[in-house]
Design a protein around this ligand. Sequence first.
Ligand code: DX5
Ligand code: ZN
Length: 216
Amino acid sequence: MPLIAPSLLAANFLHLQDECNMLNASQADWFHLDVMDGRFVPNISFGLPVIEQITKTTTKFCDVHLMILEPEKYTEAFCIAGANNITVHLEACTHLHRNIQQIKSLGMTAGVALNPHTGVGLLADILHDIDVVCLMSVNPGFGGQQFILHTLEKIRLLRKMIDEKGLPVKIEIDGGVTLDNAYEIVNAGAHVLIAGNTVFKAKDPIETIAKLKAIK
Ligand code: DX5
Ligand code: ZN
């Protein structure tokens, strides 16, 4: 069974408490929180004050996806705001190993995200230090985009690397996950499905989460 991580980027921000209550009542495993800086990605989303409020509404695991340059400047603040996992982009970090050490030293788990063009082979020397790999299946910055099919090959390859080394690293898929492609994604080897529009724009979000969760 995959872990389900709805992305609140697609939530109704005027009714954020209701959206959080809905997720709390659902089978969602994680809250996925997308932070964008308008520099690493061509969009700006929400930041610390919003995340601080969201994490107070839940006891579920809060997964913060930093699509920002110089994430080390904000790691501690996101920890205080209630992050349980922080994922940084390989493409945004000159000193990735140091950034991972910093996240873990604050007691959180650490993830590395890869843009669609970044090969999973680049993770070979960091894989044993991290808890999560977030494979972007769209170009980061916006919800509601179409799943890039080549991601399936990256999932298979990465899963092989992880299994061969016997590591407990989770593969998280971010972007364009739908009820139609989720089965294939899980069968390629993904552990965590992030879903924004598929969940929040559904007629029945709780049922949609249950359907994603039931995938074998
Ligand atoms: C995109 C974000 C995603 C986004 C996914 O940059 O990282 O988490 O919210 O949205 P959907 O599921 O709608 O593609
Ligand atoms: Zn994300």
